[in-house]
Unconditional design. Structure first.
Lengths: 497, 340
C-alpha cells in the first residue's frame, strides 16, 4: 500500500505526465474563469487530446484540467457575481457582497484556500475508504436523498436573518420555479406553455447569472460608482487574509468538507446540492455578532468552496470502484479512462493500485497548484472591482449573456437570465433572500422525485430507515434551534441588562 | 517529448485543419463543394453525454474523408426534439448533419407528441451508428432465475425505471404488453439508468431493463442476472440468455415486439436536412461508411463500451418507415398515453 502510494507519486512527477498536468491545470483555470463553461464542457473539449497519451499522462492531463475548473470559477463568482461553473453559484451569495465591501482579495484568498484544502481533504478520505467503498455507496437510497434535501429546505428559514417570512416566500418561489418542465414520474409537462425550451426546466446557470450578475450590474448602473467603493482602495485586502480566515473557521471548513465528501460518494444527488447544503449549514451555525449571511460573511465563501472540491475527491470513488460516475464530469472521465486502457473496478484497486494513487496525487497536486496560481493573481484581479461601473457593467453584462447562452445554445437561456435578472433586482431592492430562492430551485425537484420514489418503493414507512431517521431528527433539531435561538438571545440580553 | 509537442501544437491550432484530403472520385461536384467548407454537426443533447462523445469521436474521421471542417454544436432540449427540429429546418445545402436517438424520436412521432416539427421519414439518413439490443435483468439475490419464473409469478414484481419517455420504461412496457403480464409494477422517476440500476443493486427493487451496452459490465461483475434479451438475434457475451421470441406470445404481442425491435435496430442514427442535392447526400453517406467501418475506430469504441455497427442510410429509412406502418393500435394508444 505504502509502496503503491510512493509509486503513484513518482508516476505523476515523471515526464511527460507532469507537463500534461500543467497544461491541463492552466486550461482548466481559464475555462473555469470564463462564465458558463462548466466542468463537463471543459472535459469534453480536451477529451480528444488524451486518446493518444499513455495511461498516466492521460490521467494527469484530464484530472488536472477537471479538478481546477471550479477553482477558476470561484474568482469570477466573487469579482463579478457571475458563476464560472454551476457549483460556484453558492459562492456568489456572500462572495460578491465581500467584493462590494472592497474585500475581493480576501474573499478570493479564502475561496482558493478552502477549495484547495477541501480538495486535499476529499482526496485523503478517498484514499482511506477505498477498501470499504461498496457498502458505503449502497447505504443511500431515495429515502436518504429525500431527507438530505429536506434538511437543505430546513436551512431556508435561517437564510434571511430577522425576517424569516421573507426567506420562506423566496424559498417557495424557488420551489415553484423548480417545478417548471417535464416531471420525471409520469412525464407531465408543467407550466411549459407549449415552449419546447421549458420542457427541461429552468437551468441553474442562467438563473444565477440573472439573479446575481445581471441584477447587481443593473444596480451598479443605477447607483453609479464602482463595485467596491474607491475609498476602500487604500486598504485593498490581501488574499493572505482570506487564507487565514479559513483557519479561523476551521470547524466550519471541516463540516463543509464532510458534507461534500458524502454527497460526492453517493451518486444521484448532483454537485450543486453539495455547495448549497454546505452554505445552508454555514448560515445555520452562524454565531451571534457575525456579519449576516448574504451580506458578505466570509464563511459563506469558505463553506461551498470547501464542499465542492471535497466532493470531487468523493465523486471519484464510485467512478473508479464501480464504473458508476458520481458527477457529469466523472462520466466523461470514465470514457477517457476506458479508451486509454484503464478499466474501473476491482482490477484498478488491486493490480493497478499505483495508477489509482497517481489519480489521487494528481487531484491533490492540481488543486494546490491551481489555487497557488490564482492566489498570485488575486490582488491584481481584485483591482477590477474598483473600475467605474459605466465601463465595467456593459462588459460584464455581455459576458453574462454569452455565459447564459452556453448552457443550451438557445435564446431561451438569455430570456431566463433577463427575467430572473428583473426578479433578482427587485428582490435585492426589497430585501428578499436570493439565496433562499436558489436553494428552493436546486432542491425542489430532488425533494419531489425522491419522496415519490420512497413512497412507491417502501410505502410511508420509508421514514423509519435508520439513516433517514437520523436525518429527520437532525432536521427537527435544526428547525427548533432556528426558532429558539432568537428567543434565547433576547432572554440573555435581558439578563445581561 | 515528441508526442508532447505534437499535442501542444494540435491544441494551439484548435483541431481545425485537415490532414490532406483522401476523397475518392465518388462525385467530383460534391467533393469540390465540401472541400474547405464547414459542416455543422448538431448534437441534440448536452456536451459530455453519450451522443456528444460519439459526434466528437467521429468528427476527425469525417473531416479526413470529406475535406470539410466539422463544427459540433450542442442543441439540447425536449429529449432531442429541439436539435432534430434544427436539422430538419436547416438550409438544404448539406452543411447541417445531426445525430438522433430513434428509440425516443420514433415513439414520439407515432404518438404525435407536441413540439415535433420534423417528419422522420423525410430526413436524408446518413447511416446507423449502432443498434441497441435491450436486456431485462434482476438483482443478483432475486428469487427469479428465468423469464418463465417471471411469467408464472403471482406476486407483484416491482421494477425500476427512468421517466416514462426513457427507453427503460418503453422496454418494460413492451414486455408487459407483449406477454400480457399483469404483475409488473413499474416504478418511474429515477434520473437515469445508473440510478435505476443502483436501486436494483441495493435490493430495493426486483429488476430493470435497458441497453445491453449499459448493463454488460454489471452482469459480468455479478450485480445482475440477465433473464431476457429484447432482440431478434443472440448478443455477443450473453449467448445463454433467451430471446424474446423464444416464448409464446399473441399475434398482437408479436406485432408489438416486431415494431419495437425494428426501432432498436436503428437506435442511434445520423441524418441530414431533407431536400439536399442527391450527390452531396451520397458523398456524405460514403464518408460515414468509411468512418464507421474503420477497424481502428470500431476497436477503440468497443474498448469504451460504446459500440459501433454501421448500416447504410437507405436501409435505416426502411426500418423507420416500417415502424410507422406496422405499429399496432394497442401500442400506439399506449404511446399516446405516455407522450400526452
Amino acid at each position: 500500500m505504502i509502496e503503491a502510494l510512493w509509486d503513484g507519486l513518482v508516476l505523476v512527477f515523471s515526464w511527460p505526465a507532469i507537463g500534461y498536468m500543467s497544461i491541463g491545470v492552466l486550461f482548466g483555470l481559464f475555462m473555469g474563469f470564463t462564465p458558463g463553461i462548466g466542468g463537463p464542457v471543459t472535459l469534453a473539449l480536451v477529451l480528444p487530446f488524451s486518446f493518444s497519451l499513455d495511461e498516466v499522462s492521460a490521467v494527469a492531463f484530464l484530472l488536472g484540467t477537471h479538478s481546477v475548473v471550479v477553482t477558476g470559477g470561484s474568482v469570477s463568482a466573487i469579482l463579478f457575481g457571475v458563476p464560472g461553473a454551476g457549483p460556484n453559484a453558492a459562492t456568489i451569495i456572500d462572495g460578491f457582497p465581500l467584493a462590494q465591501r472592497g474585500e475581493a482579495g480576501r474573499a478570493i484568498g479564502a475561496a482558493l484556500t478552502a477549495s484547495a484544502l477541501g480538495g486535499l481533504f476529499g482526496t485523503v478520505v478517498l484514499a482511506c475508504i477505498i477498501p470499504v467503498l461498496r457498502p458505503v455507496v449502497l447505504v443511500f437510497g431515495p429515502p436518504e436523498f429525500f431527507m438530505l434535501a429536506i434538511l437543505g429546505v430546513v436551512f431556508l428559514a435561517t437564510l434571511s436573518g430577522d425576517e424569516p417570512l421573507k426567506g420562506v416566500i423566496a424559498g417557495l418561489l424557488g420551489l415553484m420555479i423548480s417545478l417548471i418542465g417535464e416531471e420525471l414520474i409520469v412525464g407531465t409537462k408543467r407550466y411549459t406553455f407549449d415552449l419546447v425550451y421549458l420542457w427541461d426546466g429552468i437551468k441553474l446557470v442562467p438563473a444565477v447569472i440573472g439573479l446575481f450578475a445581471i441584477a447587481e450590474m443593473v444596480d451598479l448602473l443605477v447607483k453609479g460608482g464602482s463595485i467596491a467603493k474607491p475609498e476602500k482602495q487604500a486598504a485593498l485586502s490581501s488574499p493572505w487574509t482570506g487564507m487565514v480566515d479559513v483557519f479561523k473557521h476551521w470547524g466550519l471548513f471541516v463540516r463543509s468538507c464532510i458534507l461534500g465528501v458524502i454527497i460526492g460518494i453517493i451518486p444521484g444527488l448532483g454537485g450543486d446540492v453539495a455547495c448549497f447544503l454546505a452554505y445552508g449549514q454555514a448560515a445555520q451555525t452562524a454565531k451571534k455578532g457575525e456579519v449576516e449571511y448574504g451580506k458578505g460573511n466570509i464563511g459563506g465563501v469558505i463553506a461551498p468552496e470547501a464542499a465542492n472540491n471535497a466532493k470531487e475527491g468523493g465523486a471519484l470513488v464510485p467512478t473508479i470502484a464501480f464504473g458508476i460516475p458520481g458527477s457529469g464530469s466523472m462520466a466523461i472521465l470514465l470514457g477517457a479512462l476506458l479508451i486509454v486502457g484503464i478499466t474501473p473496478g476491482a482490477a484498478l484497486l488491486n493490480e493497478k493500485l499505483d495508477i489509482t494513487f497517481a489519480m489521487v496525487w494528481t487531484l491533490a497536486i492540481a488543486n494546490l497548484g491551481g489555487a497557488a496560481i490564482m492566489m498570485l493573481m488575486a490582488k491584481r484581479l481584485a483591482k477590477i472591482t474598483f473600475l467605474e461601473g459605466s465601463v465595467l457593467a456593459p462588459i460584464i453584462i455581455s459576458v453574462c449573456f454569452i455565459g447564459a447562452y452556453m448552457t443550451t445554445n438557445s435564446m431561451g437561456d438569455i430570456i431566463v437570465a433577463i427575467v430572473l435578472g428583473v426578479i433578482g433586482y427587485e428582490m435585492k431592492r426589497l430585501n428578499f433572500s436570493r439565496a433562499a430562492l436558489l436553494l428552493g430551485l436546486v432542491l425542489g425537484r430532488i425533494v419531489e422525485q425522491n419522496l415519490f420514489l420512497s413512497i412507491r418503493i417502501f410505502g410511508a414507512d420509508f421514514i423509519y430507515r435508520p439513516i433517514a431517521m437520523v436525518l429527520v431528527v437532525l432536521s427537527v433539531l435544526v428547525m427548533g434551534w432556528s426558532f429558539l435561538k432568537p428567543v434565547l438571545q433576547r432572554r440573555n440580553e435581558k439578563h445581561a441588562g | 517529448m515528441k508526442r508532447f509537442s505534437l499535442v501542444l501544437v494540435s491544441i494551439l491550432i484548435a483541431g481545425g485543419i485537415n490532414l490532406g484530403s483522401q476523397t475518392p472520385a465518388l462525385s467530383q461536384d460534391a467533393a469540390a463543394f465540401y472541400k474547405g467548407k464547414t459542416v455543422t454537426f448538431i448534437v441534440p443533447y448536452s456536451a459530455g453525454g453519450g451522443y456528444d462523445f460519439y459526434a466528437r469521436f467521429m468528427a476527425p474521421h469525417l473531416e479526413k474523408h470529406t475535406g470539410c471542417t466539422i463544427v459540433i454544436k450542442n442543441k439540447p432540449g425536449g429529449g432531442g426534439v429541439v436539435g432534430a427540429n434544427v436539422v430538419y429546418r436547416a438550409k438544404p445545402d448539406g452543411r447541417t448533419i445531426g445525430i438522433l436517438n430513434m428509440t425516443g424520436a420514433i415513439p414520439a412521432q407515432i404518438a404525435g407528441a407536441k413540439g415535433i416539427d420534423f417528419d422522420l421519414t423525410k430526413f436524408n439518413w446518413m447511416a446507423r451508428l449502432n443498434d441497441e439490443p435491450q436486456v431485462f435483468v434482476v438483482g443478483a439475490k432475486s428469487k427469479y432465475n428465468s423469464w418463465n419464473d417471471i411469467l408464472q409469478s403471482k406476486e407483484t414484481i416491482k421494477l425500476s425505471s427512468t421517466g416514462t419517455v426513457g427507453s427503460t420504461y418503453l422496454d418494460l412496457l413492451v414486455l408487459k404488453l407483449v406477454f400480457d403480464i399483469k404483475t409488473f409494477d413499474i416504478i418511474t422517476g429515477f434520473s437515469g439508468t445508473s440510478d435505476a440500476d443502483l436501486s436494483v443493486i441495493r435490493g430495493e427493487l426486483e429488476g430493470t431493463a435497458s441497453s445491453v451496452s449499459s448493463k454488460i459490465k454489471k452482469i459480468e461483475e455479478g450485480d445482475f442476472k440477465p433473464l431476457l434479451i429484447i432482440a431478434d438475434e443472440k448478443v455477443k457475451g450473453l449467448e445463454n440468455v433467451p430471446l424474446i421470441y423464444d416464448f409464446p406470445m399473441s399475434a398482437e404481442g408479436k406485432k408489438i415486439a416486431d415494431t419495437y425491435i425494428g426501432m432498436m435496430a436503428v437506435a442511434r442514427a445520423m441524418m441530414m436536412t431533407p431536400g439536399v442535392p442527391a450527390d452531396r447526400v451520397a458523398f456524405m453517406r460514403e464518408a460515414f461508411k468509411k468512418t464507421l467501418t474503420d477497424a481502428d475506430l470500431v476497436q477503440k469504441a468497443e474498448k469504451m463500451d460504446r459500440p459501433v455497427a454501421w448500416m447504410d442510410g437507405e436501409k435505416v429509412l426502411k426500418f423507420i418507415e416500417r415502424s410507422f406502418t406496422e405499429a399496432p393500435p394497442l401500442f400506439v394508444n399506449e404511446l399516446k398515453q405516455i407522450m400526452k
